[in-house]
Design a protein around this ligand. Structure first.
Ligand code: GAR
Length: 216
């Protein structure tokens, strides 16, 4: 008998509320994601609500400090962001992680780190790349930039991560209309609801399946 293909183990990196993480958890439950399983959630912020979401779903959640100032005593050996990435690499190896998903992760991974995982890191960004992206364009700021520019259409992008911030190959995009009286907060919510929470699970399934079938 043919051996059943094993599900791809996924680590999700977060820094905040974790609504995209929740969309992934829900998509795994509902069967939209069937080729992968979320095995680990890693947060760069200790009080990220996403860690609570992981706990509620019975997924192991870990806080990894990413700057020296915030290092608690037990992480004294850490060397700032390099220490974060070293520990992250250890966790990926120890847990046989094959796909890393950046879901509201507000740090830029180093070139050295990213190059170790070609086609194994994906990111969701809240605009239509190449607009309003790159270093300094994250979270609410992206929507402020879109509103200040006056675009009538924005959206979300899921892409592979390479050494250029928001510069990796695009996997999926979805457009969302800007309304006349939008605030950054209102637009952020609409982009999440109409685009991010739909696109990210789809992309995770698409990439997990390709990894499982040895296509990438
Ligand atoms: C999301 O809109 C995500 O696309 C964005 O931050 C938000 C996190 O929300 N990410 C970036 O801007 C990365 N450049 P969440 O924690 O509720 O998923």
């Amino acid at each position: 008998m043919l051996e059943q293909n094993k599900k791809i183990k996924i680590a999700v990196l977060i820094s905040g509320g974790g609504t995209n993480l929740q969309a992934l958890i829900d998509a795994e439950k509902s069967g939209i994601i069937k080729s992968g399983e979320i095995s680990l959630v890693i947060s760069s912020k200790e009080d990220a609500y996403g860690l609570k979401r992981a706990e509620n779903a019975g997924i192991r959640g870990i806080y990894l400090p990413s700057s020296k100032e915030r290092m608690p005593k037990e992480f004294k050996g850490f060397k700032g962001f390099k220490g974060f990435e070293d520990e992250l690499s250890n966790l990926i190896k120890e847990n046989n992680i094959e796909l890393i998903v950046l879901a509201g992760f507000m740090k830029i991974l180093s070139e050295e780190f990213v190059k170790k995982y070609p086609n194994r890191i994906i990111n969701v960004h809240p605009s239509l790349i190449p607009s309003f992206c790159g270093k300094g364009a994250y979270g609410l700021k992206v929507h402020e930039m879109a509103l200040n520019y006056g675009v009538k259409v924005t959206g979300a992008t899921v892409h592979f991560v390479n050494e250029i911030p928001d510069g990796g190959e695009i996997l999926l995009q979805k457009a969302v209309y800007v309304e006349d009286d939008d605030t950054p907060e209102i637009l952020q919510k609409r982009v999440m609801q109409e685009a991010e929470w739909i696109l990210l699970p789809k992309a995770v399934e698409m990439v997990s399946k390709k990894i499982m079938e040895g296509e990438i």
